[in-house]
Design a protein around this ligand. Sequence first.
Ligand code: ADP
Ligand code: MG
Length: 359
Amino acid sequence: MLSADSVVSFKNVSKTYDGKTFVVRDLNLELKKGEFLTLLGPSGSGKTTTLMLIAGFEHPTTGVIQMGGKVINDLPPSRRNIGIVFQNYALFPHMTIAENVAFPLQVRRLSKPEIQERVSAALVKVQLTGFAERKPSQLSGGQQQRVALARALVFNPSLVLMDEPLGALDRRLREVMQLEIRSLHAALGTTFVYVTHDQSEALTMSDRVAVFHEGAIQQLATPTDIYENPRNSFVARFVGESNQFPAILRGTEDGCAIVETPDGLLKGRNFLADEAAGDQVLVSIRPENISTDGAAGDDNCFGVKVIDRIFHGDHVQLSLRTAAGIKVISKSSAELAPQQDKDVLIRMRKEKCIIFPAK
Ligand code: ADP
Ligand code: MG
């Protein structure tokens, strides 16, 4: 059943270009009206292909894509009312900024006065008033990105797609543009689908994040949920940072898994499938959740040596080695972080340790 606020839905959609390798595998996805959804994943995980399936530049090999309740598998892009910002902006270099932004309206055969009015309004939205008569080459990268954005929005699309739109900008400008795109989304109320391989960008911008790996969605949830409750070890590693090391399952008790690590018993949240006592499992814990205030005899406390201590300004990163030789990274404030070569006890609180299947 489709929910009433569904804009686009994918049902068991797969895509292969060569008839052999599936680059999108059995995708089920529902875009909700007005949301900011980010497709996040490493290079080659199928993000752009998924975006092109929504836009209509690619078609599913199997499965069904619906928009407004109608199957649109083979509907051409021009009939989908979708605005797109491509990875490389794709501005027309010989046209002025105003002509670039006017292009989608000309294709739609709007009247001249209406085109002028809409183009001015779109340039106001992206803070480019006064640049209308320049050529793209006379603008900075960030400004060109805003032109691409204005061109995608000018015909009031029901959906806006963006493929790594900030990839070419330096870090500072990228962070400014992230906030601008976010507030633009809030002001317009239009559904946005955003592609990035940058996990911090995905976390800061999105209502929901779909984590892609090898053509399949690993998890689709809010940024907080993805970060706090990663569904598998790939998501835990790709979103944020995670220490992961092997252990043997010894037992379970009310939501907890008890595992044997080379340094002794450890308790963690049970994210296992059907593993039984004696099976190999994986312990996963984020660096900021390892503290150096362990106490001998307490659960989940282990002795370590500080191998390296790196100052990062807002935190200190410690490289630690346990007695059994397991290496973990921790993060803490400079005041709390012990010096290099010190022997200390770390605490890995059981609410912050996740026990995953080994594979
Ligand atoms: P991402 O955007 O996550 O980097 P893509 O969707 O671009 O991933 O690509 C997924 C896989 O599909 C990659 O292995 C890529 O080489 C392949 N691919 C993408 N487009 C084509 C195409 N037009 N023809 C053949 N293979 C393609
Ligand atoms: Mg891509």
